[in-house]
Design a protein around this ligand. Sequence first.
Ligand code: HEM
Length: 502
Amino acid sequence: MLSKDILYVAAALFFAALLVRRRALRPPRPPGPAAYPLIGNLFDWPWEAGWLTFHQWAQKWGDIMYIEIFGLHIVILNSVELAQSLMSQAIYSDRPPLTMVGKLMGFTPSIVLSPYGEHWKAMRRLTQQSLNRASSLQFLPSQLYDARVLLQQLLDNPDKAIPNIRFALGKNIIENTYGIKVDSPNSEFVKLSRETHEVIQNAVIPGSFFVDIFPSLRFVPSWFPGAGFKRLANIARGRGKHMVDGAFDAAKQSLTGSDPLASLVGSLLSENPSEMSREEYEYIVKWAAGSLYGAGTESTVSGISTFLLMMTLHPDIQKKVQEEIDRVVGGGRLPTFEDRSALVFLDAVIKESLRFHPPTPLGIAHRLSEDDVVAGYHLPKGAIVLANIWGISMNEKYYPNPTQFDPARFLGDAQQLDPATHVFGFGRRACLGVHYSTAAIYITVVSILSVFDIRGEDNKGNPVKEAEFTGGFVSHPKPFKCRMVPRSPAASELAKSGTLLL
Ligand code: HEM
């Protein structure tokens, strides 16, 4: 009996020694804050605006950092070079299976959250062919038209700039994607997009809900104390279903009419792929369309809102942009896309706004599907990989005096790093809407600045003094009053008739 016990102990010691040896031979994990046993870095995890904390850590730990929460591995990248070289690889192109937003809220089949597999590839292929640089030119006429409609709405509602911009963008994406006519800010699908975004906003950031760390918590009933996340998930699920299924069904319905509007869904449904069943194909088209509508509006609204906020904080820069517009466009007409290449200073201001506060400061998490060794560090299979896009924008290595708003970074011969290198993400999962959204930002801000002076006020009517931003997956300027004051009676007249000649 005794000899048997000795044998067991010897075997256990042997395997423990093997494990220790294997760990000792394995390269170390990247540096990061010290972790407690079991809970790891639970108390270090920033629940709000994590990019600020990660940026501070990067000053100490460098370009690649590692933390762990209850065995969930998280790698944070703080340089463009590392983010581009790692995230362009297939093994970094998966998404983590986020229980809250994916399973409970039901958004796993979207392009944004789909695992790196056949379903994602099919959706990406279908949408990329309409949104690549050349194809996205097809949207310019409608983007111009909607920017002109926006000017008229701003004349009528000079204090409601942000809600009207949100409407203009939501309208354009919905009409182009589904061919459904949207004529009022109270339109069902514009409202749904905003409301769904509000409830999923935090869930897209890994670790924002305990259920992402302990997936079995999803079985807790909704009535259980502390199960508020289940009730939130149910609300999001209902809104998401209404938004994705409802808009798709409405688009199909409109195709049966006599003169349907041209749309992405309409043209995709007119095809008959031979490699899958009709049902499978429609499922792919439905989720591909729902993803554009879900991912596109709020990020672009954030980009435009930050631009407007910067104009209120820097009236001298606002004036310089207007002088350039007046010089290039002249006073007798409104700007168009043909003016874009000549508006060099405006282009620099747009780039600087996107750099100063990127709309999605932490991007969207990637997942590592195999063990890897990077810069001598071991990155475990399954790790969540985040790029601190905001941190890259605030890195002195790329942008001297990064907290200063300075469009001159992007003028002349010695320009600093173009923010497009990181603001739209990385590799195979990089943003699909980059060409569409940069066109939308340009035409919206150039149209506004040609007609209006932008004045910013806080809740007490005082001029806005500093830039403050919300947390969340898409981060917006904190609410500020953005008042549109017509630059002249002639400018107002131009805005009133702006849609007539289109
Ligand atoms: C200023 C506006 C925008 C910004 C800053 C932005 C930024 C981003 C970022 C950082 C990602 C994650 C990339 C990664 O995982 O590495 C992303 C993904 C995505 N974006 Fe955008 N985006 C914008 C506008 C749009 C628009 C207008 C659309 C659609 C029309 C769109 C559709 C998507 C989709 C579908 C994905 C998921 C791609 C995938 O996982 O394969 N985005 N975007």
